[in-house]
Design a protein around this ligand. Structure first.
Ligand code: HAM
Length: 394
């Protein structure tokens, strides 16, 4: 809910793309020489002989939908958000599942550097809203297509003499996707990269100045970041801004959020030239971090009903129903354990009120209403319960 309200506050609308798409969309969108397309897609042939894939990410589907439904005709800029399951055939480990969930955001239709800053700001606001502040933003520019091509050749030239010393994965990448070698976790490969050309140094002056403008917009918004010249991202559609938000508390899979600009994707998939920027967060990783803080997200309930004894327990069910019908979010204790234990759970539930029903209340038309924070407790007629809960407290 926090992420939803932050996106909504920033003027983003929800989009619900399907869970699967034609395989070709992901191959063309994400890029053939990426790990996602090469190794991680759950692809199937349907009875109608269509090749489909469970979505490994959300951007390609959003862009397909943007083109198919001519969203570009609805105004110059589209601000969209989504959340839901994604699928990647990866080796499962802490923070990495084969079915995981993302919340994502896409801002389509502008190349204004302020849009990059806005997208990053909505991401950091979202993380703050759910109580995660101890995170770092890494930023880089992968430049225009031409910049990337130039860097690719330069990196290739630099690494070729060391080809035999590279790890097998990087050797394969040298031909197909040398930028990904920068990401390698192999120590020897990282050592070889020490004198390698840097992406930021090969940017043309326009790309360089665009990057500087994004930086100054972020600084104006008070967002701290570190430049990571090796940040290239695992999907091929990025141009210019690339960023990640990481937490040191997550171990190897430390990226909570990843995104960037993808100015060429819409046109490559058959739509009009549409500069765009976006990101996605892994919800399971957010949960891991919240668990580490021992702050399991609470359901927003207003009332927690506690009761003991058969008659009281039946009344409790009816009262909980009465409250819910009145639009009051209500939870109730089914345990039948001692009141003291039930009150502990009431406190933990985050509810404002506890409604208490014991033997005496079961035989009358009254209940006890306790304000959990102050501990104040009053006797209330059942017919007055809803208004007592709604009454403003002085
Ligand atoms: P991504 O970096 O591949 O970007 O994924 C975004 C986030 O999803 C990661 O930072 C991580 O938190 C989470 N994630 C990825 N794989 C897994 C996994 N196997 N298990 C758990 N969490 C995972 C994208 O998907 C792009 N579509 C983001 C984007 C949107 N770029 C532009 N617009």
């Amino acid at each position: 809910p926090a992420s939803e309200s932050t996106s909504l506050a920033a003027g983003y609308q929800e989009i619900r793309p399907p869970i699967f798409e034609f395989t070709d969309l992901f191959v063309r969108g994400i890029g053939e020489a990426t790990d996602v397309v090469d190794k991680e897609m759950y692809s199937f042939r349907t009875k109608g002989d269509d090749d489909i894939t469970l979505r490994p990410e959300g951007t390609a589907g959003v862009v397909r939908s943007y083109i198919q439904h001519s969203l570009h005709a609805q105004g110059d800029v589209q601000r969209l958000w989504y959340c839901g399951p994604m699928f990647r055939y990866e080796r499962p480990q802490k923070g990495r599942q084969r079915q995981f969930h993302q919340i994502g955001l896409e801002l389509l239709g502008t190349d204004d550097p302020r849009a990059d800053a806005e997208a990053i700001a909505v991401a950091t606001d979202t993380l703050k809203a759910i109580g995660l502040a101890n995170l770092s933003v890494s930023l880089n520019s992968v430049g225009s297509r031409e910049d990337r091509q130039a860097f690719r050749s330069a990196l290739n030239r630099y690494l070729e003499p060391f080809q035999d010393d590279l790890d097998p994965d990087s050797q394969a990448r040298l031909i197909r996707n040398p930028l990904r070698i920068l990401d390698s976790k192999v120590e020897r490969t990282q050592e070889l990269l020490i004198g390698a050309p840097q992406l930021l140094e090969t940017l043309c002056p326009e790309s360089r100045s665009r990057f500087d403008r994004v930086r100054s917009q972020l600084e104006a918004l008070g967002i701290t970041y570190a430049i990571d010249p090796k940040l290239v991202r695992g999907l091929d559609y990025y141009t210019h801004t690339a960023f990640e938000i990481q937490s040191d508390d997550l171990g190897a899979q430390n990226a909570v959020c990843g995104g960037g600009r993808y100015d060429g994707l819409v046109s490559e998939l058959g739509g009009p030239e549409t500069a765009s920027v976006g990101w996605a967060m892994g919800m399971e990783r957010l949960i891991l971090l919240l668990q580490e803080k021992q702050e399991a997200p609470q359901l927003p309930v207003d009332v927690y009903v506690v009761s003991k004894g058969e008659a009281a327990e039946n009344v409790a069910l009816a009262i909980a129903q009465q409250l819910r019908e009145a639009g009051i979010a209500t939870s109730m204790d089914f345990s039948g354990s001692a009141f003291k234990k039930q009150f502990k759970r009431a406190d933990r539930s985050g509810a404002t009120w506890a409604v208490i029903i014991g033997d005496a209340e079961a035989e009358s038309d009254r209940v006890q209403l306790k304000h959990l924070e102050s501990g104040e407790q009053v006797t209330v007629e059942r017919t007055d319960l809803v208004s007592a809960i709604r009454a403003p407290r002085s």
